[in-house]
Design a protein around this ligand. Structure first.
Ligand code: F0G
Length: 485
């Protein structure tokens, strides 16, 4: 294998049903098992051949690709053989996704919280959320499919809390025909910034009264009845692409994941699925020799996975919940489609890494928003879901679930700017009662108007500058420098 050229290796990818174990070829799009209706994962049947290359060699290959100038290997497909070794170089879409920075929390912030932690800023992806990882993979596969089948038009469709739709629309706009993007959103439940994204990309944007779970049901019906490409994480190609998050963390830590605790917000549960699957894959190939611990985090207002794992092990019953308004709105999901995958992978995970290697913690809305504000006041760009992770870390610490020798990596899944409306509500004390958030007025930060009563427009520019400078100096009690004689 040569780092300067695109790999020749191709895998044999098959859909594997996690319900009945049936296999289906990857030459067509498939979302649920045609035999039993359960969700699928993609497996590379040729993966045993990857084991012929040592873990050390794989590390060298992936490290060697870090400086590549081949666009197709510059993002998530740096880990081509581990992700989806099927599309050819010409199929791979790279819009700059992946390689997001892991930023050490400000030292004084780590001291305040009482543990070592960092944020992995997945909001620094092109559409400003982690969804681009999965979309890069799904769209590369779609391009490959269209080429092989000679398809003339393919409608891509997704339900979304705002980020899947932004990512899907962006990649579809870049690829262009034969792909055309349609997104279905719960009306009034995505932020204005998120809504602006698919509109900008030229997607057909449809809004449905209801919550995400209602939209999800609609697209599931459409995917069964019509030939549309479903881009929710029910699409297993998305899960493959999102595994890159785990690969990047391993690589950043020089392939040593011992003592790492990954905190992940859980909504539709695709991300936590991908992270567990990615870690297990690296472990099986000897690329890492210790698995990190995984902490899923959910809000009290959308907590079906927390509730499930909170029951005694032999009596667990899966029950979707009716969601309540949440500032972690992108994860406000009561019936996550990937829950069966989480259950399936968590069992495997704890078998290898021990009982405490997979846990779900719960946080309040008040904790989420205040954790986000605290993070951003310490120079981070955490979204509400990133705040959710920090709140989860604090609770895990308080409950003794995580110890001093460990390091937490918090997934800030989107950019803070997408969720600035929630900051606004906090600062203006304008949350609707259902959020159950009582702002602390001391934390509010507002712009202050200078020269409020002056007809600024009528002043000559020099006068405005002089009066402005005086007003700033008064506000800040600035002391004039003694003029040099
Ligand atoms: N964080 C953000 C910013 C998200 O957009 C989502 C999910 C999650 C966390 C939860 O991740 O679903 O993989 O468990 N957003 C989806 C969407 C549902 O439609 O944008 P998950």
């Amino acid at each position: 294998m040569n780092n300067a050229t695109f790999p020749e290796w191709r895998g044999r990818l098959e859909y594997v049903c996690i319900g009945c174990g049936s296999h289906f070829p990857a030459s067509n799009l498939l979302y649920t098992c045609p035999k039993c209706g359960s969700v699928l994962l993609l497996e590379d049947m040729a993966a045993p051949e990857l084991k012929k290359t040592s873990g050390v060699k794989w590390r060298e290959i992936f490290d060697g690709r870090m400086g590549t100038r081949i666009p197709a290997l510059s993002g998530i497909f740096r880990f081509y053989e581990l992700i989806a070794p099927l599309p050819d170089e010409e199929d791979i879409v790279w819009l700059g996704e992946g390689n997001t920075p892991e930023i050490e929390a400000a030292k004084r912030f780590q001291q305040e919280v009482g543990i070592s932690f960092s944020f992995k800023n997945d909001g620094q992806n092109p559409s400003a959320s982690f969804k681009d990882r999965g979309m890069a993979c799904a769209f590369s596969y779609l391009k490959w499919l269209c080429r092989h089948h000679g398809w003339k038009e393919v409608l891509t469709i997704c339900a979304s809390t705002g980020d899947t739709s932004a990512a899907a629309a962006l990649y579809a706009a870049y690829v262009g025909p034969p792909l055309k993007s349609v997104v279905l959103l719960p009306m009034g439940k995505v932020t204005p910034q998120q809504l602006s994204q698919p509109l900008a990309s030229g997607a057909v944007v449809l809004e449905l009264p209801g919550v995400f779970d209602d939209c999800m049901r609609v697209v599931e019906i459409l995917a069964k009845k019509y030939r549309v490409a479903l881009l929710n994480s029910k699409n297993s190609w998305r899960i493959l692409g999102q595994q890159s998050y785990a690969f990047e963390i391993a690589q950043w830590h020089d392939w040593n994941m011992a003592g790492l605790c990954l905190f992940v917000p859980v909504g539709n549960a695709g991300n936590i699925t991908a992270i567990m699957a990615g870690c297990l894959k690296m472990y099986e190939l000897g690329i890492i020799d210790a698995l990190p611990r995984i902490f899923g985090v959910q809000s009290e207002h959308a907590n079906p996975v927390f509730r499930y794992y909170g029951q005694p092990e032999d009596k667990r019953i899966w029950q979707p919940v009716k969601v309540r308004p949440s500032v972690a709105q992108a994860a406000m999901i009561g019936n996550p489609v990937s829950f069966p995958r989480v259950k399936y992978l968590a069992e495997k995970y704890v078998q290898v890494a021990g009982e405490k290697s997979f846990q779900i913690v719960q946080v309040s809305e008040q904790q989420i928003i205040e954790a986000m504000l605290a993070a951003n006041r310490h120079g981070h760009i955490a979204c509400t879901q990133g705040g959710e992770c920090l709140a989860g870390l604090k609770n895990a610490l308080a409950q003794g679930l995580i110890g001093a020798g460990e390091k937490a990596i918090l997934d800030s899944t989107a950019h803070s700017l997408k969720f600035s409306g929630f900051q606004e509500k906090y600062f203006n004390d304008s949350f609707e009662p259902e959020y159950e958030i009582k702002p602390d007025p001391a934390l509010a930060n507002r712009p202050e108007e200078l020269l409020a009563n002056v007809e600024a427009a009528s002043l000559p520019v020099d006068e405005l500058a002089a009066r402005g400078a005086d007003a700033v100096a008064n506000r800040l009690n600035l002391i004039e420098i003694e003029s040099e004689k």
